[in-house]
Design a protein around this ligand. Sequence first.
Ligand SMILES: [Zn+2]
Length: 67
Amino acid sequence: MAFMRSKQQVEEVEKTDVGIWNCDNIGCNGWMREDFSFSQNPTCPLCNSSMSQEMRLLPVLSHTINH
Ligand SMILES: [Zn+2]
């Protein structure tokens, strides 16, 4: 038996500044990617508060992952 199955997931995650909507409600963690919201003025899905635009460093969404 060989236990050589390496489960090293050393994936270098590329990150980029992404526009997001952040919940205005202090104490609420609600936020969403701008790309995923179709509204000009979205409300928080968690608490229904208004949201403000921010930039956040997030992993690049990629559909082509080559290993
Ligand atoms: Zn919220």
